[in-house]
Design a protein around this ligand. Structure first.
Ligand code: SF4
Length: 463
């Protein structure tokens, strides 16, 4: 069950009306009850426009007059992560077994705690302005009601079906390792042109470890170590890097490099190259840059039906590596029909990881009420996983992490499929499964469609 009410905020950064969603609740005896679904409720409240903090909540048996002694309170209970709010009932209600389906002291049912901040260390209860702060806090509590209703409707036992393979591919793993090793070998700063892979969590993590992300090589000080991202770059970018005397480490995925090589080969013999892909995607921009006057981008079947190469008898096609297989094949078949002498790559350009993840998501989508795809909005292969799942008949959504799951999607959904794009870290999937367990008992089953063992070697600069 969900316990909601007012509480004392323990951080100076809080103001009345802020909401604390508890990641755990601690009682006066120090016993801690974990609340794994906190990120789901916090996300719902944030989307409602509330200012939300996530962290532990402390339940005390008496009114705490001086909230500025938060450290003292925590110390008396054995230390640990600093508490964010204090109340007088959550731990007691859980411990009494009246809420949360307690068994043997462990909360097993759906459970959550939400406290709206009334007083803070700087603004205690007995200080001027308390009535105004109380009105503000009660208004925030009222505004929380739709999120609380959505949480309640989303509770219940469910099965989670994990697609396999999912998450990092060999090219992404290699690119991340290149930056990590460059930091180890060369020290900070290591510059990275564009997002090393299309995932905000990966980029944030590497940034915290010393990587500096830039849009263009012109922003990098001459002579610096510079990593080129996994999606590949046009030769003009390499030339610009050389002109600045940068020490370049190329993290382009070898499977993207293969497509660049194909374009150069076709262009060198004078053919027009039809590049099936999304015009603005970085991989397509880089691939097209190999021979801009020879390459025409084809984004969909409609364009395939009308595109007009200079010589229709001397045409080849290549593909962006992260397209939806079925859609790409549809476009290629239009081109094959229109241009009978069309040259094609020896092997399909859509990479093994894209193919495998799409097969796996199709399998789980067939069996699931809802499919959640973990990935960033600018991740092409993650977006394609959503589309493949939708075409297989499931409601499917792309989420950066558990905090982006709209609880209304989960109402009545007893089987939830989960996968992750090739650039999404596996721990985000673990966190999402854990968050779902805060809504009720979860059983997890993995559906593996194929085993992956692909590995790429590192470039000599970091091996
Ligand atoms: S999705 Fe495919 S092409 Fe892209 S980095 Fe991964 S293995 Fe390479």
């Amino acid at each position: 069950m969900l316990i909601a009410g007012l509480g004392g905020g323990l951080s100076e950064a809080m103001t009345a009306g802020d909401v604390v969603v508890a990641t755990s609740v601690r009682g006066p005896d120090g016993a801690e009850i974990p609340l794994p679904g906190a990120a789901l409720l916090a996300g719902q409240l944030r989307r409602a426009g509330l200012r939300v903090h996530l962290g532990p909540v402390l339940s005390t048996s008496s009114v705490v007059g001086d909230l500025s002694d938060a450290d003292g309170l925590a110390d008396r209970l054995g230390g640990g992560e600093p508490d964010l709010a204090v109340d007088m009932e959550s731990a007691f209600l859980f411990a009494s077994g009246q809420v949360g389906g307690l068994s043997d002291g462990v909360a097993a049912g759906p459970r959550a705690v939400l406290r709206v901040v009334l007083d803070t260390p700087g603004r205690p209860l007995r200080s001027a302005g308390t009535p105004w702060r109380a009105a503000r806090a009660l208004a925030a509590l009222r505004r929380s009601a739709p999120a609380i209703s959505a949480w309640a409707a989303a509770t219940g036992p469910r099965e989670v079906l994990l697609a396999a393979p999912r998450s990092f591919c060999a090219g992404v793993g290699r690119a991340i390792e290149i930056v990590e090793r460059a930091l180890e070998i060369y020290g900070e700063p290591v510059y990275v042109r564009r997002q090393i892979v299309h995932n905000a969590h990966v980029v944030d993590d590497l940034r915290q470890r010393g990587a500096i992300f830039v849009q263009e090589v012109e922003e990098i000080p001459p002579g610096s170590v510079a990593v080129l991202a996994a999606h590949g770059v046009a030769p003009s970018v390499r030339a610009a890097a050389a002109a600045r005397d940068l020490q370049v480490i190329d993290a382009t995925c070898p499977l993207v490099t293969k497509v660049h090589t194909e374009v150069r080969r076709y262009a060198s013999r004078g053919s027009t190259v039809l590049l099936i892909g999304h015009r603005e995607h970085e991989e397509v921009v880089g691939t097209r840059g190999e021979a801009p006057s020879n390459v025409l981008v084809v984004e969909d079947a409609e364009q395939a039906a009308t595109i007009a190469p200079v010589d229709p008898d001397d045409v080849a096609y290549v593909m962006q590596t992260t397209l939806a297989m079925d859609e790409a094949e549809q476009i290629a078949s239009v081109l094959r029909e229109r241009f009978p002498s069309l040259s094609a790559p020896r092997r399909d350009d859509i990479c093994y990881a894209t193919t495998n993840r799409q097969m796996a998501v199709r399998e789980i989508a067939r069996q699931s009420d809802v499919v959640l795809v973990v990935g960033s909005q600018n991740s092409s292969n993650s977006l394609r996983l959503v589309e493949v799942a939708q075409r297989a008949g499931a409601a499917a959504y792309l989420v950066e992490d558990a905090g982006e799951v709209d609880l209304r999607w989960l109402a009545g959904a007893r089987r939830i499929g989960i996968t992750a794009g090739a650039s999404a870290p596996p721990q985000l999937v673990d966190e999402l499964v854990s968050a779902l367990s805060g809504l009720g008992p979860v059983t997890v089953r993995e559906e593996e469609v194929i085993e992956e063992s692909v590995q790429f070697t590192l470039p000599k600069e970091v091996s």
